[in-house]
Design a protein around this ligand. Structure first.
Ligand code: SF4
Length: 643
């Protein structure tokens, strides 16, 4: 008997029967070929999620009209029959792995990039400049609007021919259909603009066309804008109105989400709480009786079950949750919740997809986007004694994979708990999800038989005595303490220490030296405790290592908390009254402070690695060079896979 009866109850979308209430929403992978054909990696990516137990998979961002609707460097295409065989291979693989499959039909309209549209000006309902950069799209003529609707219908025909079970019309996120629906981007004077009825006409023509062509039983779901995030845009009442009329027109399900603007709210960084966006589904559900799909930071089976039990939605969409752990559904069903590698919302995947146009990657799941060969950890032919030194993310992942390969693994950690630098990183406001990583490994390592030695310091001579076949050194990093006069004063604290001890101050003036992620997050931590905080930075720019949506979020929070950021200053001296700095004009001044926090980053803690000679150690993670969690986890995975 499952703990989540509603989540694992079969459900209908039209006549399509899903084995459970879990849907994978469209998430761009950039795993197609540049010409839009399907690759082995794309097939493996979706088949892997299907094997994990999801009910329905929606294939990402598929281009309905090339090149005008091209929306990414390696996007799948469905604008010509030539793509049907590849799509059929994808549909077959997902079916064989036990899930249903739908395709998201996408046209970005004004949000296409000219670099992808062969230099053509992006098209839109009206020539209204787009908010992100002011580019003015070309308004579609009446004939072109009808032609564009026909492209969606043709695409749906190809999807059905390729064996897909349903289509989902992309009508949110500020893309073409959303642009027709919203009064901000639709200023047309003809029958496609003006009233609600007219703005909905383009979408209804697509829906009618598909139903006419493919019959009323082929499910057409709509990823519908429930509200825009720009002033004067669509409200939830508008979303309800559209949803009602779409139901009347035969839509099989509504998958509501945000529309124009507000990228941060669609691709939420870590601080956003679980299920915060579900109110959109709840609102739409009040207007329709067809199924409604809830999306947005749903990470735990209990949260998903609660959404369904409360009647806020009929299905839940797990996007990043299934990127981080494709086995999420099976683990939830088996009651193995602690074995779920829960997405922490770090948005490394978002940077890959939206900033770099690179293949999908995941901080916690190194196998994502890499295809079958890389993903298989396999069993080693010879069982070896593997010694892992360091219990941060790199060491924990190395120990996990080495144990999966059948090795005898011992992990030594000098602290009395696993986690390493994660314990510091999870302290600032909104970073609590990082504790999930430690909790996951704390459950998995003993379960896989890893011998844990916590609170035990390793010296090089002990390694020889243990006689390991392989040694992995993951000793992490240590704080950088610059050689500044006064740095050893009693008013100076190291940021890492402050966070590790969860030190508390109130009503103090605090100067932070260092404006990287560590300095800024420490500033927020101290400001929320009621201190007056000043950050002193050498440069004007904020580190590119910080994920852009989170960076904007963090800078906004710091502003709200009244944190002052002083840029382009060199620290000359720390005194009992504060920090003496020199600005670019050569002006020296004192920044008054009761306390001074050093946040100048970290350097590799690699002494032990240099001392161990036999066997030659494999050094991974921050012990090589302090970087991100994704680097630590990937190096742990790769190192253990090679033993
Ligand atoms: Fe989640 Fe981060 Fe993985 Fe993206 S990269 S799926 S946000 S853990």
């Amino acid at each position: 008997m499952t703990r989540y009866p509603k989540l694992f109850e079969p459900g209908l979308i039209g006549k399509m029967r899903l084995k459970n209430r879990i849907i994978m929403p469209p998430i761009s992978t950039n795993l197609a070929n540049e010409d839009g054909t399907v690759t082995d990696e794309l097939v493996f990516h979706y088949a892997e999620r299907a094997r994990g137990g999801v009910g329905l998979i929606t294939v990402e961002n598929v281009c309905v009209d090339y090149p005008l609707a091209r929306h990414g460097a390696a996007q799948p295409r469905i604008d010509d029959d030539v793509f049907i065989p590849g799509l059929r291979r994808l549909a077959n693989a997902v079916h064989e792995a036990g899930a249903l499959i739908a395709v998201e039909l996408t046209h970005p309209g004004m949000n296409a990039e000219p670099c992808f549209t062969a230099g053509q000006t992006p098209v839109a309902p009206s020539a209204v400049s787009r908010p992100k950069d002011g580019l003015i799209p070309r308004a579609l003529s009446r004939e072109e609007v009808m032609e564009a609707a026909g492209k969606y219908v043709e695409a749906a025909r190809r999807a059905k021919k390729a064996g897909f079970d349903a289509v989902e019309l992309q009508a949110c996120h500020g893309l073409l259909i959303n642009q027709f629906l919203s009064p901000l981007t639709n200023k047309r004077q003809d029958e496609y603009g003006g009233s609600h009825e007219n703005r909905l006409r383009f979408l209804l023509e697509i829906l009618d066309g598909i139903r006419l062509y493919l019959g009323p039983d082929f499910p057409v779901m709509v990823r519908l804008v429930a509200e825009d995030l720009l002033e004067g845009g669509l409200t939830l009442e508008d979303g309800q109105w559209f949803a009602r009329h779409l139901e009347e027109a035969g839509a099989a399900a509504i998958h509501p989400d945000f529309g124009l603007g507000g990228k941060e709210k669609r691709l939420e960084p870590m601080p956003y709480p679980q299920g915060w966006r579900v109110y959109l589904a709840e609102g739409i559900k009040k207007a329709v009786s067809i199924p409604v799909i809830a999306v947005g930071v749903i990470r735990e089976p209990g949260v998903a079950e609660e959404i369904l039990q409360a009647g806020k939605a009929d299905f839940v969409a797990l996007g990043r949750a299934l990127i981080a752990d494709p086995e999420w559904p099976h683990k939830a069903l088996a009651g193995a919740e602690k074995s779920i590698r829960k997405c922490i919302g770090c948005n490394e995947c978002v940077v890959a997809r939206h900033v770099e146009d690179a293949p999908l990657r995941c901080t916690l799941n190194p196998a994502v986007g890499k295809g079958r060969d890389f993903s298989q950890t396999g069993r080693a032919e010879v069982r070896k004694r593997v010694l892992v030194i360091g219990g941060g993310p790199a060491g924990m992942e190395a120990a996990r994979v080495a144990a999966l390969r059948g090795h005898q693994v011992a992990l030594y950690e000098k602290e009395d708990r696993l986690g390493g630098a994660l314990h510091i990183a999870s302290v600032p406001p909104g970073k609590e999800k990082l504790d999930w990583v430690t909790e996951y490994y704390s459950n998995e390592l003993p379960r896989l038989g890893v011998e844990l030695h916590l609170g035990e310091m390793v010296e090089a001579k002990m390694v020889r005595a243990w006689r390991p076949d392989a040694v992995i050194v993951a000793t992490g990093s240590e704080p950088v303490i610059p050689d500044v006069p006064g740095v050893d004063g009693s008013n100076v604290i190291v940021a890492q220490m402050l966070l590790a001890r969860k030190m508390h101050f109130t009503g103090e003036h605090i100067a932070i030296i260092g404006g990287g992620m560590l300095g800024l997050e420490t500033a927020e931590y101290l400001a929320t405790q009621g201190n007056a905080v000043t950050v002193l930075k050498r440069y004007t720019t904020v580190s590119r290592l910080i994920e852009p949506l989170y960076r904007d979020y963090l800078l906004r929070k710091l502003k709200e908390e009244g944190v002052e950021i002083i840029t382009e200053v060199e620290v000359e001296e720390i005194t009992g009254s504060g920090v003496v700095v020199l600005d670019r004009q050569g002006v020296r001044k004192l920044i008054p402070a009761d306390w001074v926090v050093m946040a100048r980053g970290a350097r590799a803690s690699d002494k032990l690695a240099r001392e161990i000679e036999d066997p030659h150690p494999i050094v991974i993670g921050d012990a090589v060079e302090p970087r991100k969690i994704i680097d630590a986890v990937r190096e742990g995975f790769v190192a253990a896979r090679a033993i």
